[in-house]
Ligand binder design. Structure first.
Ligand code: NAG
Ligand code: NAG
Ligand code: NAG
Ligand code: ZN
Length: 300
């Protein structure tokens, strides 16, 4: 018994040590991205999404947008683990698909940009009819929706050695955190608490208001400009690493406390990235499911 107990506590300890870096906007970030996107769908895309969602989602895409984070440690889905991020060379502050989009074993395309391409082209078969059983279109939709959030989280296109800021321990106001998690979740939670009475609906309303007639109104058309998916994904990833360098890493040392000054200057950036992710996810879904026959030039 003692041996067994020892063994199991060893396993628990091992599991704790091996718990990998977290990836992706927090639940809140993904929910916001997906709610914004679903609100911008044209009728064809809206009904395709409804069709593909399992019944228990009640037609709400955002309820399943964190699913890829929940399953990424399951044996069956372990292959999806590298698809949540891109590691770029330390301090290079740039992104190149051919250099950076691979997993730690060097397998090409295994990064968040490759995954978005992959699941977008799988969904392009939807219009041929659901008799195509090569791919699980429901999963493709959930992966695409999640990864469009991740590619917009600046620290998901971060440096290799510090694992996108995961190994940079900091304090967020008074509690322990790390730089990656500050961008995944802390900034969003602090914003919710300080400005929105912890109400996600009010934050969503404010975000949508800011691109329908507020501060981002003039920019939103350029956010969704995209003829060809790959160059667009290069742009989104490049935006992220640039923000990571300029606003994420800059001036931050391990062990430091980040508080008001960091929060106030970074919150608007986080909000804009969430909005951009939502607008661009809608753009892709409208192109893929729309009846314009246009699709992406690179569609296969
Ligand atoms: C694309 O999706 C298939 C499963 O549908 C998977 O086997 C493959 O590894 C994926 N590749 C990328 C780059 O996401
Ligand atoms: C597609 O994937 C979903 C989520 O994993 C699963 O519930 C469903 O059974 C799968 N559909 C098929 C046809 O395999
Ligand atoms: C929306 O814009 C206002 C400025 O007009 C700004 O104060 C607010 O923080 C913005 N909200 C979000 C969620 O970006
Ligand atoms: Zn993720």
């Amino acid at each position: 018994m003692v041996v067994l107990w020892r063994l199991s506590s060893l396993l628990v300890a091992l599991a704790l040590v091996l718990v990998p870096r977290t990836h992706g906007w927090s639940k809140e970030g993904h929910v916001l991205t997906c709610r914004i996107a679903q609100g911008l769908l044209e009728p064809e895309a809206a009904s395709a999404v409804e069709n593909l969602l399992p019944d228990y989602a009640n037609g709400d895409l955002s309820s399943l947008c964190v699913w890829p984070d929940q399953i990424r440690h399951w044996y069956r889905y372990r292959w999806t683990s590298p698809l949540h991020f891109i590691d770029t060379p330390d301090d290079a502050c740039s992104y190149e698909y051919s250099r950076d989009c691979h997993d730690t074993h060097g397998v090409k395309d295994m990064c968040v940009a490759g995954a978005i391409q992959n699941f977008t082209s799988q969904l392009e078969h939807y219009r041929e009819g659901t008799s195509d059983r090569r791919y699980n279109m429901t999963e493709a939709l959930l992966f695409l929706s999640h990864f469009m959030g991740d590619i917009h989280q600046p620290m998901h296109v971060g440096f290799t050695t510090d694992e996108g800021g995961n190994t940079i321990a900091v304090r967020w106001f008074r509690h322990k955190s790390n730089l990656h998690h500050v961008w995944d979740r802390e900034i969003i939670l602090t914003a919710l608490a300080d400005y929105y009475e912890k109400n996600l609906d009010s934050l969503q309303e404010d975000l949508v208001g800011n691109f329908t007639n507020g501060i981002w109104f003039d920019d939103v058309a350029s956010w969704k400009e995209c003829d060809n998916l790959l160059p667009c994904l290069n742009k989104y990833a490049t935006e992220s690493i640039n923000i990571a360098c300029k606003w994420g890493y800059k001036g931050v040392k391990s062990g430091q406390t980040l508080a008001d000054e960091y929060f106030n200057s970074r919150m608007p950036i986080v909000m804009k990235r969430i909005a951009q992710g939502g607008v661009r996810l809608a753009m892709i879904l409208n192109l893929v499911f729309g009846d314009s026959q246009q699709g992406f030039a690179a569609a296969t």
